[in-house]
Design a protein around this ligand. Structure first.
Ligand SMILES: Nc1ncnc2c1ncn2[C@@H]1O[C@H](COP(=O)(O)OP(=O)(O)OP(=O)(O)O)[C@@H](O)[C@H]1O
Ligand SMILES: Nc1ncnc2c1ncn2[C@@H]1O[C@H](COP(=O)(O)OP(=O)(O)OP(=O)(O)O)[C@@H](O)[C@H]1O
Ligand SMILES: [Mg+2]
Ligand SMILES: [Mg+2]
Lengths: 223, 223
């Protein structure tokens, strides 16, 4: 469902070029749960950004359901991000002024889901991430791990076809992380959500169907 | 060196009071390496904020080297934070416009360290956290784990007497995390830095002299 064809991303900086990812060729099958594992700075976030079209390759092609992401119109791109792709950011990126509930409702509002349905679903999601009692609290009244969980709930609000999760358990204790691990596995197994998960958490990587290793921007030969 | 005497912190919110920590009594000895472990939302960050005087208790007393933090003048408080306490934030809080090097130099500039010495020390610290080749890059050109490491380097720049570290390895792979674990342990053992570390990383907690568990704002009886 997501394909990287000889993808390279190089950032041009004042200090010279930074080769974030190099010659990545990778096929993610529909319904697959793929973990991307690798050291700090190795290119995991970059890979996810390219998959979700938050960034464009310097060379090579990224396909989403057979379509070249770089050739989509703005409108098609927006529709894709609104309905087909969910993104859990490494730095959560919640909207500061909004409550947890409204943060989770936001993507549903963009997808023109009726208001009552938004609220019902957002509450169900808050329960799934164990934050039902904090729905009215904005991010600055939540702990790091609580914000991370709101970000996860928001990413799956529109039942995306593909979930791109960047370090979704980085700020969670073992038990809370297990809740999230089970949630992601269930989404993958019962709702056929394709999960692309960048992580350092070996427990999280271990429930994946497959994991690939990235080192200094290059995929390791590993199947 | 840091003492909590029956400390409670309650946040008043529109949704009612949130009991972040309750009746905390805890003594941190000078030169000790103490890990604070507990579930997401249990009060770890709050505890560290109170220890570093970034927040004040609703009731009870926090002592730093025998002094009641709430009774210090603004000036004394600023001196304390500038020279005696180093803080690694859960969300890093780097200055966006500054390079990694300048972010690390910042506390030294406030402590009126001579410029050349600032640069030399900042470079040494970048090397300790394995980022020597990224000194001129600002935070938005660095990965999550790279930013976290810059935050760690910045926190120890002034050789603080007490290091308050909030989830310092949350965004690091095992190997890079081990570098940080060794660094913190060495600071503690050879330079006598008191380390108060909130973490979910059991590898990090295991190198502590002692660990305390916090659940829903209360310390568990545990030694
Ligand atoms: N400014 C605030 N206003 C209201 N509630 C707050 C505020 N800051 C923290 N809280 C609440 O206090 C409790 C403790 O928060 P704290 O950030 O200390 O938890 P934590 O143990 O660090 O969690 P995590 O492991 O997720 O980072 C949580 O329920 C949190 O939502
Ligand atoms: N906007 C940018 N400009 C310049 N360099 C960048 C930019 N974004 C990322 N990089 C660099 O590209 C490389 C890969 O970054 P990326 O964020 O993908 O790593 P990562 O594997 O997610 O790391 P971490 O595990 O620390 O989050 C790193 O060396 C990083 O510093
Ligand atoms: Mg990353
Ligand atoms: Mg915290």
């Amino acid at each position: 469902i997501v394909s990287f064809i000889d993808v390279t991303k190089t950032y041009e900086t004042q200090e010279g070029p930074v080769h974030a990812v190099e010659n990545i060729t990778l096929d993610v099958k529909s319904g697959e749960y793929l973990a991307i594992v690798g050291p700090s700075g190795s290119g995991k976030t970059t890979l996810l950004n390219l998959a979700g079209s938050l960034d464009h390759p310097s060379s090579g092609t990224v396909l989403f359901r057979g379509q070249n992401l770089a050739e989509l119109s703005r409108r098609e791109m927006a529709a894709l991000r609104r309905q087909e792709i969910g993104f859990v950011f490494q730095t959560w990126n919640l909207v500061k002024g909004l409550s947890a509930l409204d943060n989770i409702r936001l993507p549903m509002a963009f997808a023109r889901i009726p208001k009552q349905e938004q609220i019902t679903r957002a509450r169900k999601l808050l329960e799934l991430v164990d934050l039902a009692d904090r729905e009215d609290h904005p991010p600055d009244q939540l702990s790091g791990g609580q914000q991370q969980r709101v970000a996860i709930a928001r990413a799956i609000a529109n039942k995306p076809r593909v979930l791109l999760a960047d370090e979704p358990t980085g700020n969670l204790d073992e038990e809370t992380a297990q809740t999230i691990i089970n949630l992601l596995r269930q989404l993958n197994q019962t709702e056929n959500v394709t999960v692309l998960c960048a992580t350092h958490d070996l427990a999280l990587a271990s429930v994946a169907d497959r994991s690939v290793q990235i080192v200094e921007g290059r995929l390791q030969q590993d199947g």
